[in-house]
Each structure stands twice: as C-alpha cells, then as structure tokens.
Write a protein that binds this ligand. Structure first.
Ligand code: ASP
Ligand code: MG
Length: 409
C-alpha cells in the first residue's frame, strides 16, 4: 500500500462539479489500494475576494486578522471536498493546518514552516481515513493562525509529503505539466518528462510559474520528488527531481518569457567605491524588485548601470533614484525604456556544453530581433528584446535548440 499526497489547486476545486471530479479522482487512487492525503486550496477567486473585502476597511489591514480571514478559504474547501468524498462512499476527514501539526515561524501572512508533527494525520490514516488537508495554513507555537504566502498550498503538500515520507507526491493542476515553452506561444512546445529542481526554479523566476517557488526550494532541500500533472485527465505529467547525470545531455530544458519589463540606465556615475551600493540601496528601500543588473566598465571615470524591473515599478524607481542621483554627481543622468520583455533559456546542460549563448544570439539575429541587455547565470541565459517581438524570439530560440524534438539519450 502506497501513501500518495495529491495537491489540488484553486481551479481544480473551483466549483461543486470540480470538487466531485476531485472526489472521484481521490476515490480511484484509493480504490487502487493506496492511502491518500489530499491537500486543497481555496476555490479559485476566494482568496482574492477575501483580500478585496479586507481592503474595504483599510489599505493595510491587520496582518494577524488577514491570516484568520484568508485561512477560511481553504477551510471551506476541506469541508466541501470531504462531503463530496462522503457522497462517493469514501471515509474522509477534513484536517486544518493546526490538526495537521504544521508549525510555522515568521511574520503574519508570510509564515514559514518550521516543523510538522504528523501524529494526528498518521493515526487518522491508520484508522482507514482519507485525509483532506487545508493548504496554505499553519499555526505558530503560540497558537496563532498563520498563512504561508500566496500559492502556499503547494508548500503544504510538499512539506506534508516530507513529514509523512509519502511514496508519491502529485501536484494536480490545470496544466498537463511543465513544457519546453508556453504552448500558447510556441505551438510545438513539448511536455517535459522530467526537470531538475534548479531548472524549475529558474524557469519560475523567468516567468514560467507553475508552482510557488518556495515549495520547489523546500522539495529540493528535503529531496521530495513530485509530479506536476493535470487534475482533469490521466496524461502523465512532469517529474521534478534532483538532477542526475543523464540530464546534462540536454543543453536547454526550456525557454521562458516575461512581458511588461522596463529598463533604467544611469550614466555619469563617478568611478569611486560605494556608488552601486547607494543606487541599489535606494531602489531596495523603495521595495523595487530588480531583475537583470548590468554594469559597464567605467569610461572617462564615469560608469553606467542598467537594471530591469516590472514596468509597474518604473515610476517608483524614477522617484527613488532622483534624490540619490543628485547626491552622487551633477552629471548623473537617468534613461528609461518601457515596452521590453525578457527571454530566458534554461538548462543545467549549459554547464558542460559550450557555444550555447552563440547559438541563441545567432538565432535571434537571423530572426531580425535586436537584443537589448544580456545576463547569465550558471544555468540560464537571459536577454531583453522589444516586447512586440517576444513571441517570435521564443519561437526562434525554441527552434534553434530543437526543443520540439525528443532529445537523443
Ligand atoms: N488560496 C491561497 C492563494 O490563493 C493558497 C493557494 O491557493 O495555494 O494564494
Ligand atoms: Mg491558488
């Protein structure tokens, strides 16, 4: 008898019919002779709706009360899905974060899982029950309700899999798995049979977000192998796991895009210590998330820095930089450009293959696409291009690396 943890997201439990579908799926898994722990999210739209209501009272409602409020979304789901299971003849019990023994630290609305005491879950499973656990919630050692950040049900599922030493962990969602690129953009994108934790994290931070990133980090740390697959069909999904040597045969695993980016360039920066710290400090204080950071060697004792960020942050960045620029030099100027997008090619095989960047840049050049900024990490090459060309760029790079074809083993 295997122990299977299945996580169902908001869309998968988004209506009464969908809940019946979840119940049927859980029942089938159970009838195949397994123990099942189903972790569920709030019905889609519920969490956003609750946040909206809270904002009617204040732009900055009490975070303690936000946790109490937001945790109710998942509690609706566990009770309703349990009822759907009862209707299907399955002995199911709902389990809140507290009952699941999920202990958290950190601040309200951003709880981090510190420890799981799985005794209650173990006992209930032994009694023959199927468990329906509320995702996204835990409890502080003082008994306060905590939520785990948006998308936190993924984290609950991974952490419970680790704590119960589950045999299988499935993240059931509204996509079939992780693709070489978004199939809506690249028609011949291929579903990946497997991807490493690091590649999954890089793809997520480059715009292909399938899961909450913290949950992937957690899985990596505790060695939880999981599968991302659809809750609506039986197609095999994508296995996410620690890299193994055969994975390096593939140079590029996938291509991600991120739209609505903006660039800020600062010129005329004195070439003396402390300047970058001042500039980045001001942007950090304004809570602007920078993505690419590119600096040029000083010329005429003047340096230049370019950063990218979400275009929504551009105004805030300009305001934050104004003062600091006046402080550092009368020659410092700021230049901005909106309407750009980022394309990233990700793959651990990059570490052992050469010429990857050249292939990518050549493909873009041949497609007549101009590259703005370039940045790289050990397993990623990212470029900016004009936003209207981003889809062509994705197709060109996808083709250049033959990502539509099954790699030769
Ligand atoms: N309901 C929470 C959210 O919408 C947690 C989750 O869905 O994973 O962020
Ligand atoms: Mg969700």
């Amino acid at each position: 008898m295997a122990l299977i943890v299945q996580k169902y997201g908001g869309t998968s439990v988004g209506s009464i019919d969908r809940m019946r579908n979840v119940a049927a799926r859980v029942k089938r898994t159970r009838d195949e002779g397994n123990q099942v722990v189903a972790v569920v999210s709030a019905m889609s739209g519920i969490t956003d709706g609750l946040i909206k209501m809270a904002r009617e009272f204040s732009e900055t409602p009490s975070e303690r009360e936000m946790d109490v409020l937001l945790a109710t979304g998942e509690q609706q789901s566990i009770a309703l899905v349990s009822m759907a299971l009862h209707e299907a003849g399955v002995e199911a019990v709902s389990v809140t974060g507290r009952q699941a023994g999920i202990f958290t630290t950190g601040s309200h609305t951003r709880g981090r899982i510190q420890d799981i005491d799985p005794e209650f879950m173990k006992r209930s499973l032994e009694e023959g029950n199927t468990l329906v656990v509320a995702g996204f919630q835990g409890i502080t050692p003082e008994g306060m309700i905590h939520t785990l950040g948006r998308g936190g049900s993924d984290l609950t599922a991974i952490a419970i899999s680790a704590a119960l030493k589950a045999d299988v962990c499935q993240i059931l969602t509204d996509v079939d798995g992780v693709y070489t690129c978004d199939p809506r953009i690249v028609k011949n994108a291929r579903k990946l049979p497997e991807i490493s934790y690091d590649e999954m994290l890089e793809m997520a931070s480059s715009g292909s977000k399938v899961m909450q990133s913290r949950s992937v980090e957690f899985a990596k740390k505790f060695g939880v192998v999981f599968e991302v697959r659809s809750s609506l069909n039986d197609n095999p999904g994508t296995l996410v796991l620690e890299e193994h040597p055969a994975m390096e045969n593939v140079v590029i695993r996938g291509v991600s895009i991120e739209r609505s980016q903006a660039r800020v360039t600062i010129t005329g920066i004195p070439d003396v210590p402390g300047m970058s710290g001042k500039i980045l400090g001001a942007l950090g204080e304004a809570e602007i998330n920078l993505d690419m950071i590119v600096s040029n060697i000083a010329h005429d004792d003047r340096a230049r820095h370019s950063f990218t960020m979400h275009s929504n942050d551009l105004g805030k960045a300009q305001a934050a930089l104004k003062q600091v620029l006046a402080e550092i030099s009368p020659d410092a100027r700021i230049e901005t450009e909106a309407g750009i997008a980022k394309l990233s090619a990700v793959g651990i095989g990059m570490r052992s293959h050469s010429g990857v960047a050249a292939t990518m840049f050549k493909a873009l050049g041949e497609a007549g696409i101009n590259i703005g900024m370039i940045s790289t990490s050990e397993i990623k090459i990212a470029v900016t291009v004009d936003e209207p060309r981003i889809e062509d760029a994705a197709r060109a790079v996808h083709d250049a690396f033959n990502l539509d074809k099954e790699p030769v083993k």
